[in-house]
Write a protein that binds this ligand. Structure first.
Ligand SMILES: C[S@@+](CC[C@H](N)C(=O)[O-])C[C@H]1O[C@@H](n2cnc3c(N)ncnc32)[C@H](O)[C@@H]1O
Length: 230
């Protein structure tokens, strides 16, 4: 991981600093992206596993829990991170969810403890040499038949590159290419690894079918890998 304590430093103003980045209608845009991505996570979980209320999920690298207000339909939600300050903010805002600090290496949960594990914009903060072990841990705590969903910035998208280059907590990070990530997942006990490109297009302009078509076009702002535990 690049520098875990730095997120303690950014935690208090995390939402605001991120909101300022896009420049466009800043706050509204970032809220929109956060909501859209959470809805996508809910949709994937529902499509693959059925009833959301019976799903036990873990958000790895959850930070201040920005998206957690939109994940409350899940039966149970836990968050884990290397930043104690971020977790303190998350726990204060969402007393109903369970947050835990960890060392960035060994997740403090037993094998197969969760139906779904997710990590949003975390892997590029993990050193390339440690990414395989991050994915293996994610896979370990996912139950057989359960899902891992990992969202990352798309290095093929010029706007994403522009945003990352201007983000104060992304200094020196190395973005992860979708094909590379897929090949890393295939070395774990996850199977049926799929890459979805996330365009964050407005629902008013697109119906679900269009969104599914766009998922295949590798130019979205971010992308997600969805995999099933063997
Ligand atoms: C860009 S923030 C994303 C936070 C959150 N997932 C979100 O979407 O708002 C990256 C987060 O990853 C955390 N992080 C960095 N290295 C980590 C690791 N090895 N394991 C878990 N979290 C880590 C940081 O502390 C930070 O909270």
């Amino acid at each position: 991981m690049s520098s875990p304590p730095s997120f303690d430093e950014f935690a208090k103003d995390y939402a605001e600093s991120f909101r300022g980045l896009a420049g466009i209608p800043g706050k509204k845009w970032h809220d929109y992206v956060t909501r859209w991505r959470a809805d996508y996570l809910n949709r994937i979980a529902q499509e693959k596993l059925g009833n959301l209320t019976s799903i036990k999920a873990l958000d790895i690298g959850c930070g201040i829990g920005l998206s957690h207000a939109y994940l409350s339909s899940l039966g149970q939600l836990s968050g884990v991170d290397v930043s104690a300050v971020s977790l303190g903010i998350a726990q204060k805002q969402f007393p109903q969810f369970a947050y835990q600090l960890y060392d960035g290496k060994h997740l403090p949960y037993s094998d197969g403890a969760f139906d779904v594990t997710m990590a949003v914009c975390v892997l590029h903060h993990v050193e390339p040499s440690e990414r395989m072990s991050f994915l293996s841990e994610m896979s370990r705590v996912t139950r057989s038949g359960g899902l891992t969903v990992l969202v990352e910035h798309n290095p093929f998208n010029i706007v994403s590159q522009w945003i990352v280059a201007r983000c104060e907590f992304d200094v020196g990070v190395k973005l992860v290419y979708p094909r590379k990530l897929k090949s890393l997942w295939e070395k774990t006990s996850m199977c049926d690894v799929r890459v979805d490109f996330l365009w964050y297009a407005t629902p008013a302009l697109l119906n679900q079918r269009m969104e599914k078509l766009l998922r295949r076009i590798p130019l979205g702002l971010q992308y997600s890998t969805v995999a099933t535990k063997a």
